[in-house]
Design a protein around this ligand. Structure first.
Ligand code: GLC
Length: 558
């Protein structure tokens, strides 16, 4: 239990959208440095930096062409060193994004690999005989279309689970693993404090790369059931732990789509022989379409029952065995207040954002806050396709509307407005100045027009803002051990409640009682609140006991 990061809160920065310092319309490292004091004020402990490495930016930096250099739009290695030094001086740690399931097709390894079948780097990637018409198997790419790209000069195909500019590394090759470990050690020797590992549970592909199950109306099969948590994943992560992580004070989180609680118990075991924790995705799938081809392109809202059942399952399964991560948001997900909350009015936006923050931050695990979440930034509200820039959103439109005609334009635009990754990537709203104080120049991604009201400056000037609610939640985690170590339990009879979520956290000397109204109506419950219980945080000034007002959230301690 003694790991330093167990009561820490992590803040994710998406560098392109955080703060532009040279007015080229793209955020950068000097911009991040200029905002460190702000993060210190919020109270977070660790910054997870989405990729700043050299990259052609086909997938916004998740396509890396040089693991040991900084992309010029973000600055230089000297800027990075300054960031690390200033963050450390303020007591903030830096977690790097580690993208090693694939590289960019512009990486020197891939260029060598593609240059000839006899090149020593050929085996750094996954090449098989096949053609564009008859690829080696039926796998699709997670960004739509086939998962294989034919290379006419060497007459073979290479595997890419994501864009064709993101070829998958061949982890079966010990030289690949040694190079990755070497690179990780290089960053840790420089002083970084850990890694968030991009789709790390996809690195072990099944022997023989068999076909996956294809749904009848899909052109390609979803490879996830075969590539997630593959046969060698645990032995390679243990090897990585041995070669890089053990004996260092680092924190790691694996991005692991398709992970089950049983798998997570192994990845994030308290024994610490693989990773510190993993991101599970089940709660992010509660509002997806029943049609597997459409996946997350849907318009549903998750019910409280489904959400509670899922979060409770993870809280209970991992307690005492492994460690949870807790998140609502990241650069791939829509904004939590628009998704699980209610951004239809200023009042409901503020109340529901605080309620959802309380829900998450009172659970066991390490909470992640995504930039702008702490001021209740909302979805982008884009209405036309030309507003979108994300490769995944644009490919999805092409496939679903243009090619397969599964949805019409208007429906797909509504689905994009709900689920596009661009919702997370609009520039950080600092003030009501031009472009929200993010940049003086045209921004790479549109600024959300609601920045005049929703911005950091306003939040800091309002003692009742969402910002100060997050600040208080973080402070509570740092000062009340029960939030870190206490047992989670649903209040009896709460399982089937469609409006109110009620749970306790309990250790040897403290109990917390968390009451949350998931709806915009008032509800009364006869849950017994012990006499003498102290209300330690709420989104309402006064307390009406068993009557819960719209989106009311409160925590009692006794
Ligand atoms: C992860 C990243 C996402 C990226 C993908 C491919 O899911 O979070 O942004 O597109 O991996 O690297």
């Amino acid at each position: 239990m003694a790991e330093w990061w167990r009561n820490a809160v992590i803040y994710q920065i998406y560098p392109a959208s955080f703060q532009d310092s040279n007015n080229d319309g793209v955020g950068d490292i000097p911009g991040i440095i200029s905002r460190l004091e702000y993060l210190k004020k919020l109270g977070v402990d660790i910054i997870w930096l989405s990729p700043v490495y050299k990259s052609p930016q086909v997938d916004n930096g998740y396509d890396i062409s040089d693991y040991r250099d900084i992309n010029p739009t973000f600055g230089t290695m000297a800027d990075f060193d300054a960031l690390l030094e200033k963050a450390h001086a303020l007591g903030l740690k830096i977690m790097m994004d580690l993208v090693v399931n694939h590289t960019s097709d512009q990486h020197a390894w891939f260029k060598a690999s593609a240059s000839g079948k006899d090149n020593p780097y050929r085996d750094y990637y996954i090449w098989r005989d096949g053609t564009q018409e008859q690829p080696p198997n039926n796998w699709g790419s997670f960004f739509m279309g086939p998962g294989w790209q034919y290379d006419s000069s060497t007459e073979q195909c290479y595997l890419h689970l994501f864009a064709k500019e993101q070829p998958d590394l061949n982890w079966e090759n010990p030289a690949v693993r040694a190079d990755v470990y070497d690179m990780m050690n290089w960053w840790l020797d420089k002083g970084v404090d850990g890694f968030r590992m991009d789709v790390i549970n996809y690195i072990s592909k099944p022997d023989g790369l068999p076909d996956a199950v294809r749904s009848p109306d899909a052109s390609y099969a979803n490879p996830e059931p075969l590539v997630a948590n593959g046969p060698k994943i645990h032995s390679w992560l243990q090897e990585m732990n041995h070669e890089v992580l053990r004996n260092r004070r680092v924190v790691t989180v694996g991005e692991t789509p398709g992970v089950t609680t049983e798998e997570a118990e192994r990845y994030a075991s308290l024994k610490g022989n693989e990773l510190s924790m993993v991101f599970q995705f089940e709660h992010m799938a509660l509002d997806t379409s029943p049609n597997p081809v459409l996946g997350r392109w849907a318009e549903r809202k998750a019910s409280l029952r489904d959400l509670r059942a899922n979060l409770s399952k993870w809280q209970t399964a991992l307690h005492g065995k492994a460690w949870n991560s807790l998140y609502w948001n990241n650069h791939d997900q829509p904004r939590v207040v628009s998704r699980f909350g209610d951004d239809s009015s200023e009042t409901t936006r503020v109340l529901s954002a605080k309620m959802l923050a309380t829900l998450l931050h009172m659970q066991q695990g390490t909470p992640f806050i995504y930039e702008g979440e702490e001021i209740g930034m909302t979805n982008a509200n884009f209405t036309q396709l030309s507003d979108y820039v994300d490769i995944d959103s644009l490919n999805a439109y092409q496939e679903i509307v243009v090619e397969q005609k599964l949805l019409d334009d208007a429906t797909m635009l509504r689905c994009l407005a709900k689920h596009s990754r661009d919702n997370a990537r609009t520039p950080m709203q600092w003030s009501d100045a031009v472009n929200a104080g993010f940049s003086e120049n045209k921004t790479w991604e549109k600024v959300n027009p609601n920045y005049r009201d929703i911005n950091v400056e306003n939040a800091l000037n309002d003692p009742n803002s969402i910002f100060y609610h997050y600040q208080k939640l973080i402070h509570l985690r740092h000062t009340l051990p029960v939030i870190t170590d206490g047992m989670y339990q649903l209040v009896e009879g709460n399982e089937a409640d469609d409006e109110i979520y009620a749970f306790t956290r309990k250790n040897a000397d403290t109990t917390l009682f968390v009451l949350l109204n998931y709806t915009n109506d008032t509800h009364t419950r006869d849950y017994a609140i012990p006499a003498g219980a102290k209300r330690i945080i709420s989104n309402y000034a006064d307390d009406e006991g068993q009557t819960l007002r719209p989106y009311e959230a409160k925590v009692y301690q006794f």
